[in-house]
Design a protein around this ligand. Sequence first.
Ligand code: BGC
Length: 262
Amino acid sequence: MSAAARGDRAVGIDIGGSGIKGAPVDLARGEFAEDRVREPTPSPSTPEAVADVVAALAGRWPEGPLGVTFPAVIKDGVAMTAANVDKSWIGTDAAELLRARTGRTVHVVNDADAAGVAEARYGAAKGVRGVVVVTTLGTGIGTALLHDGVLVPNTELGHLEVDGHDAETRASDAVRDREDLSWKDWAKRLQRYYASLEALLQPDLFVVGGGVSKKSDKFLPLLELSTPIVPAQLLNSAGIVGAAALAAEDVAAASSQDQVRG
Ligand code: BGC
């Protein structure tokens, strides 16, 4: 029996603003089972064009549950927003589009939610009880809210209004880059942001992901918060691993329902 058929492997694909990345995931370890493959995100990043790339990537690993991340609010597989992707995604049934293209059931999930689930199952939030807020600092700010490891989806707290601004337009990593902010100046903005989240949610832990979390020693020590704040552990594999894990959990839930129905 193959690993995928045994249920310890699933495929994750991460749709981002500049790249679409995929890999099969070893679900016991929360790691890539084979090398990750990256394709550039088509421009414009319309649903049809992106679906072509996802289908080509998924075809490399034809077995196992398939999970796909997308940087927007996803309700029942439908994209409800499009902050940093082509606006034609709004209202698109991404799960149905990708099912039609790949011939497989696809679990579509917000990118930060996928990263949060990966950190909760395998990374910095593993085994942590209480309220955990995972933030991804990238082009925008993505957030995942978990309670005792259970995800509350689509929190979109990167768009929290802080000092009269949409937080991600002041404190994302892309803004740090664009405005050429020093670590100290960027940390002042992060301080305002995380202090606001702390006041509203009283979390037990913050986990900071996104590519810049590799350099967390430059900015996390500058923050003064009551909540512990730690770097993500899965770094750039989190989206793929989380999407694969959620897809596998879907399949497991469906098969246990079938057993109950007999
Ligand atoms: C979007 C979120 C997404 C985040 C990170 C935000 O602009 O609204 O849905 O999770 O960017 O990509």
